[in-house]
Ligand binder design. Structure first.
Ligand SMILES: C[S@@+](CC[C@H](N)C(=O)[O-])C[C@H]1O[C@@H](n2cnc3c(N)ncnc32)[C@H](O)[C@@H]1O
Ligand code: SF4
Length: 348
């Protein structure tokens, strides 16, 4: 497949109502997953009767690349492939190859639960993948099995991480902390990944979707995480690598690498959010906590040309007002919680 390049004119790059440009695109390549993490896709809500997208509704490889090209023409420089579980999609290497080599996207990354990674890491790297994030919530088999909802072994995920590193992929680890579930493992997790020179990013448990029974009491605040790690290994803050970086980074004072904390609940960073999200059925969402999306794939399938598609996306972005995380406390206190799309559908 060959899709020709695009021209990016910085004068036409849209900014939203809060002056935020569009730089970063997350693409969900499937809404399905082989795990059932209770904080994301609890078994009760994502059982056999769950209405997953029919295969004909998913963006094909060609459609996905054409839509990403539209975003690239508006200023997107980084694309992260996610889901659901992106490794369930067999044409993932072809998607990566097209984004890297046909579109020339500067930074193509992947977020995965790692279960299928060991056998596929080399092919992903060969296709042009720049870097990978693997989710590891626990090193304890029993806790990991509960947190992936399937009793699956974390040992196999760790083998996948080793395979990714051996294939030459820079690896970061994502860990969602839930108080009373896995927060007793903060130090053990840091110790394991420090040894391997892999950066570990702790993510505050978020109220994504409507099914995970989120409560504030289960959130371990980023400040507490940093304090607890510093008691074992002193940390020094590292400034953001770029505007809009969501992870606050700290380096170990002894020079053994770094950690990150993503404080979207306790210290929201909406004001710098330059991220758009594309669901597996090609809808554009301008916030992780959105209620509705815009049907870009529908426009494409009904014959919109490149100018029409980029005009559609640019118009949506210019009208964007989202800042849910900054408004969360007020909305919840006022009993004004809202229906949100599920993270597995919109792309985490
Ligand atoms: C939705 S997953 C999709 C990619 C892949 N399946 C994985 O787990 O890495 C992307 C990231 O979102 C995180 N995540 C899911 N639900 C979350 C929640 N309620 N709060 C914070 N992070 C969450 C996951 O831990 C994962 O690191
Ligand atoms: S966090 Fe990732 S692995 Fe876990 S259920 Fe959600 S999509 Fe699947």
């Amino acid at each position: 497949m060959k899709i020709s390049g695009f021209s990016f004119d910085s004068m036409s790059a849209p900014s939203d109502t809060l002056g935020r440009p569009i730089r970063d695109l997350r693409v969900s390549v499937t809404d399905r997953c082989n795990f059932r993490c209770p904080y994301c896709m609890p078994k009760e809500a994502f059982g056999p009767d769950h209405p997953f997208l029919a295969s004909g509704l998913l963006m094909t490889l060609t459609e996905l690349v054409r839509i990403v090209r539209t975003f690239a023409s508006l200023g997107v420089e980084k694309v992260r492939l996610t889901g659901g579980e992106p490794l369930l999609r067999s044409d993932l290497p072809e998607i990566i190859r097209a984004l890297k080599h046909d579109l020339g996207i500067a930074d193509v990354s992947l977020t995965t639960n790692g279960w299928l990674l060991a056998g596929r890491a080399a092919a992903l790297r060969a296709a042009g993948l720049d870097r990978i994030n693997v989710s590891v919530d626990s090193l304890d088999e029993a806790t990991a099995g509960r947190m992936n909802g399937r009793g699956f072994s974390v040992g196999r995920v760790l083998e996948g991480i080793d395979a990714a590193a051996a294939a030459g992929l820079p690896v970061k680890i994502n860990c969602v902390l839930q108080r009373g579930v896995n927060d007793s493992e903060i130090i053990a997790l840091c110790g394991y990944f420090r040894e391997r020179g892999q950066s570990l990013r702790f993510i505050e448990y978020m109220d994504v979707g409507n099914t995970n029974h989120w409560s504030h009491a289960q959130v371990v605040p980023a400040r507490e995480i940093v304090r607890r790690i510093s008691e074992a290994w002193p940390l020094e803050p590292v400034g953001p690598a770029y505007r809009g970086e969501v992870s606050a980074r700290y380096r170990y004072a002894d020079g053994r690498g770094e950690i990150g904390v993503i404080s979207s609940v306790t210290e929201p960073f909406c004001r710098d959010c330059n991220r758009a999200r594309l669901s597996a059925d090609g809808r554009l969402f301008t916030c992780l906590f959105a209620t509705t999306g815009w049907d870009v794939l529908g426009r494409l399938r009904s014959g919109a040309d490149d100018d029409a598609l980029s005009g559609f996306v640019a118009g949506i972005w210019r009208a964007r007002t989202d800042r849910y995380s900054e408004e969360r406390a007020g909305l919840l206190a006022a009993g004004a919680g809202r229906e949100k799309v599920e993270m597995s559908y919109i792309g985490g």
